[in-house]
Design a protein around this ligand. Structure first.
Ligand SMILES: Cc1cc2nc3c(=O)[nH]c(=O)nc-3n(C[C@H](O)[C@H](O)[C@H](O)COP(=O)(O)OP(=O)(O)OC[C@H]3O[C@@H](n4cnc5c(N)ncnc54)[C@H](O)[C@@H]3O)c2cc1C
Length: 509
């Protein structure tokens, strides 16, 4: 029998791809009462959705490309999402130093005026100007940068957003299959002679599974969206995806405050420098057309040097390759609108619906910030096929562990320490920003680290590993140390390998 679904019983929607868009659509559909399954060929968020800059943002830069619809939708979404997940996302202030010779002061002021007013801000504070000769944000910068604007956006732990949505989706009945690839899908007649169905063929690490029958198919394969259409589905289409690689570098901490920097370059591009995982600084991104398979995306030496050079234009102390402790790279699956440069290609999403026989919905583009709206739009497109589906519901629904007001977020780590005094301030902050109110369930009756089971290094204990395996579909060490947490920045190769062996042994039991 299948480890997936009973093939004789068609489900409503089958989703290909466990990135933010696929999981978002599956969760939304299940909450409307539809039966849903999802297959992800690697780990959840193993592709683009863990390689972003991790911002819920309107995208100040997109105003220059007149992407007002996208910017407005994303600006409004920032606060909707912040309220739904106040543990894994939080407000951030961005310092944008004025660079003589680049965009004039008045133009940036105008852009930020629109940014402040297009999106109905209630929680996030407004833009202000900053005197860098007096403000601590000026201390890390070259003395020629004397004034700046400071505006609001939000941070989000991108991969955690996906695994928490998957957990929520599973609790609502979605069959989430990780490390399961869709190898082929074709339309078949129903034995009873009704509407046509999709027959989806799957393969996991142990070989082929029983096919699944579904009334509708959603292709949320991200960078693989076009390969899936042409390959697994065997359909000819003129729609193209433009693969644009973006790389980030992580350095040891470059400055001592909690604000981010927004730097402009003389090539017209912008990069961010962001406080990261308490002891590091995240710098990115690049924008390069990507050739070859999406899985091959790596930060090249050329990109690392570009980011170091770019940041060194601003930081008083030059950023060099020696400062880099980690890099990562992802591929944006943008809708190919024929734009001349990778930077100018639209960041807006396109949902393409084929209605011949059983419906097929393919997702192009999109942002972490707009995943919820994209999922709603996807369900609206599919609604004629599912008249029984419920109404929009995700706007007010919190993710697991996020059931507290945004205003309580700052106090939660101290509350956790009252109940678990053996935790350091840094540990309590990390735990709250990873699990929110679920920390109490995960830590249970522990009265010291010895109650948390085996220690895997850098402060990762068995209780957390088990929680992630049991509740968030983690199977291998990399799922845990690079996506559901960032322990990989602090653990040695040997420690990660030992964790992996432990996980494999547990699953073999
Ligand atoms: C460098 C960079 C920075 C970014 N920064 C931001 C930001 O700060 N804020 C923001 O809002 N957005 C940002 N984005 C955009 C955002 O990350 C992406 O739009 C989003 O993650 C795309 O999600 P997705 O689900 O469509 O694709 P993915 O996350 O790539 O998911 C697709 C999944 O499909 C799976 N798959 C493919 N084929 C199959 C198959 N045959 N069977 C089963 N599974 C399959 C893949 O393994 C993959 O996990 C950034 C993107 C990049 C690249």
């Amino acid at each position: 029998m299948s480890r997936a679904e009973n093939p004789a019983e068609p489900i409503d929607i089958f989703v290909i791809g466990g990135g933010v868009n696929g999981v978002g659509i599956a969760r939304d559909a299940a909450g409307r009462g539809l039966s849903v399954a999802l297959a992800e060929m690697h780990d959840l968020a193993s592709a683009t959705s863990s390689a972003s800059t991790k911002l819920f943002h309107g995208g100040l830069r997109y105003l220059e490309y007149y992407e007002f619809r996208l910017v407005r939708e994303a600006l409004i979404e920032r606060e909707v999402l912040l309220k739904a997940m106040p543990h894994i996302s939080w407000p951030m202030r961005f310092v944008l130093p004025h660079h003589k010779g680049l965009r004039p002061w008045w133009l940036i002021r105008l852009g930020l005026f629109l940014y402040d007013h297009l999106g109905g801000r209630k929680i996030l504070p407004a833009t202000k100007s900053v005197d860098l000769t007096k403000d601590p944000a000026g201390k890390a910068l070259k003395s020629e940068y004397r004034r700046a604007f400071e505006y609001s956006d939000c941070w989000v732990q991108d991969a955690r957003l996906v695994s928490l949505m998957a957990r929520d989706a599973a609790e609502r009945g979605v069959n989430v299959m990780v490390r399961t690839k869709v190898t082929r899908a074709e339309q078949v007649d129903t034995p009873a002679g009704g509407d046509r169905l999709w027959k989806i063929e799957l393969e996991d690490e142990n070989g082929p599974l029983q096919p699944v029958l579904a009334r509708a198919l959603v292709n949320a394969g991200g960078p693989w969206v076009a390969d899936i259409i042409a390959g697994a589905l065997g359909i000819n289409t003129s729609e193209k995806v433009r693969l644009v690689r973006g790389s980030h570098i992580v350095t040891k901490k470059l400055y001592d405050h909690d604000r981010c920097y927004f730097f402009q370059g003389s090539d017209g591009r912008i990069i961010f420098a962001i406080p990261y995982e308490q002891d590091f600084t995240l710098i990115g991104t690049t924008d390069k057309d990507h050739q070859g398979p999406a899985s091959s995306a790596k930060c090249t030496d050329e990109e690392a040097d570009y980011l170091c050079r770019f940041a060194s234009e601003y930081f008083d102390k030059p950023v060099t390759r020696e400062d880099i402790v980690w890099t990562y790279s992802g591929v944006r699956p943008l809708y190919d609108d024929g734009a001349s440069s990778a930077t100018a290609a639209t960041r807006d999403y396109v949902l393409s619906l084929r209605k011949e026989g059983a419906p097929l919905l393919s997702v192009f583009g999109g942002k972490i910030t707009t995943h919820r709206k994209l999922a709603e739009a996807a369900l609206h497109k599919l609604s004629p096929f599912f008249p029984q589906a419920g109404d929009d519901w995700t706007a007010g629904a919190t993710l697991p562990g996020g059931d507290f007001p945004v205003s309580d977020a700052a106090a939660l780590p101290a509350r956790l320490r009252e109940d678990y005094p053996f935790l350091s301030e840094a540990q309590a902050l990390r735990l709250i920003r990873t699990y929110g109110t679920d920390c109490w369930k995960m830590l249970g009756h522990a009265s010291g680290p010895e109650d948390l089971g085996q220690a895997f290094g850098a402060g990762l204990y068995e209780a957390e590993v088990r929680w992630l395996a049991e509740n968030e579909f983690a199977r291998r060490a990399e799922d845990i140390v690079f996506r559901r947490t960032k322990f990989g920045l602090r653990m040695s190769g040997e420690e990660i390998a030992a964790l992996d062996e432990w996980l494999v042994a547990q699953q073999a039991r």
